[in-house]
Design a binder for this molecule. Structure first.
Ligand code: NAP
Length: 288
């Protein structure tokens, strides 16, 4: 089993396979991540996908593609370079994409049948990854599954630094809907989708309980006893917030997860933010 981009989610998925005795190889870029893989009992493969392709790949029937696209442009050049350069192919490949490929739906509920219409280059790069990998897989008879993932949260993945810095937020009345998945539920979703999803499936991997984006930040602030930051009108936010943050504020979606919940064995451990936060000790906030 090969995990390309074996970071936080990759290591959680690896642990699920390792507990069943399946050996895992993880591809990463840095020395630090290579050491983390060794410590976790994962065979490391070090390669910078911006510049090279691995000289050889381990024989693996299953590939997970978790490496993010680069930060600029509209194409996933990392995935494209890798696919053009490798000779091996798995039996099955699972790609983590994002729900950003849907673009703005004006706050409406959507499912996987919604048209893709990314409103940012970040979303366009992910759509390029979906389409590039699908074409490559189809040409080789490789089964492919796509998980479209919203904001991932959990211990160590909370916006505490932003909250402590007092960076302003949009007023709740003007803030978009956002969607989330807990990091452990996402790892389970990857494992079960690889095992059971029909070839060609696209699955929204979210908890099905969207929330107001500003309330998400404020609930975390309350959980950790952090004072609320200033709340801005949209016009004020346009002047003050970073372009990256503003691009998130321009998209509002509520995403259904019926297809995820229909996977055999899928049961969300953290079906909403309240359940996820309840399991996080606020005294551990300094490390989060
Ligand atoms: N953050 C979110 O809320 C969110 C939402 C939707 C989807 N996603 C996506 O979900 C996926 C899994 O997330 P995650 O939290 O597990 O990410 P992560 O912890 O940042 O892991 C990403 C992995 O990709 C590797 N990587 C990055 N650039 C590379 C390069 N040029 N060459 C080789 N390896 C490279 C990193 O290696 P090094 O550590 O060595 O650099 C790391 O192992 C990612 O694609 C992420 O973008 C995230």
């Amino acid at each position: 089993m090969l995990i390309v981009g074996c970071g936080d989610i990759g290591r959680r998925v690896a642990a699920l396979y390792q507990s069943a005795g399946v050996p895992v190889t993880g591809l990463v870029r840095s020395a630090e991540s290579t050491a983390a893989l060794v410590a976790a009992g994962i065979e490391p493969l070090r390669c910078d996908l911006d510049a090279e392709v691995p000289a050889a790949l381990p024989a693996a029937g299953l590939w997970f593609w978790f490496a993010p696209p680069p930060g600029q442009g509209t194409a996933d050049t990392r995935l494209r370079r890798f696919l053009a350069g490798v000779r091996a192919a798995p039996r099955r490949v699972l790609l983590i994409s994002t729900t950003g490929v849907y673009g703005d739906s004006g706050g409406a509920w959507i499912d996987e049948s919604a048209p893709v219409a990314p409103g940012s280059d970040r979303g366009r790069r992910r759509l390029d990854a979906e389409r590039t990998l699908a074409a490559w897989a189809a040409a080789r008879g490789v089964e492919m599954v796509v998980l479209r993932v919203p904001g991932i949260y959990g211990p160590g993945r909370l916006p505490l630094a932003r909250l402590r810095a007092g960076t302003p937020l949009l007023r709740p009345s003007e803030a978009p809907w956002t969607n989330r998945i807990h990091q452990d539920d996402l790892a389970t979703a990857c494992h079960l989708a690889m095992a059971h999803a029909a070839p060609g499936s696209v699955i929204n991997a979210c908890d099905g309980h969207p929330g107001n984006m500003t309330e998400y930040f404020l609930r975390i602030a309350d959980h950790f006893g952090i004072p609320h930051p200033p709340l801005l009108s949209r016009a004020e936010a346009e002047r003050v917030l970073s372009p990256g943050m503003l691009s998130y504020l321009r998209e509002s979606r509520r995403i259904r997860n019926d297809r995820l919940l229909a996977l055999p064995g899928m049961c969300l451990r953290y079906p909403d933010l309240a359940a996820g936060l309840a399991a996080i000790d606020p005294r551990a906030g300094a490390a989060a």
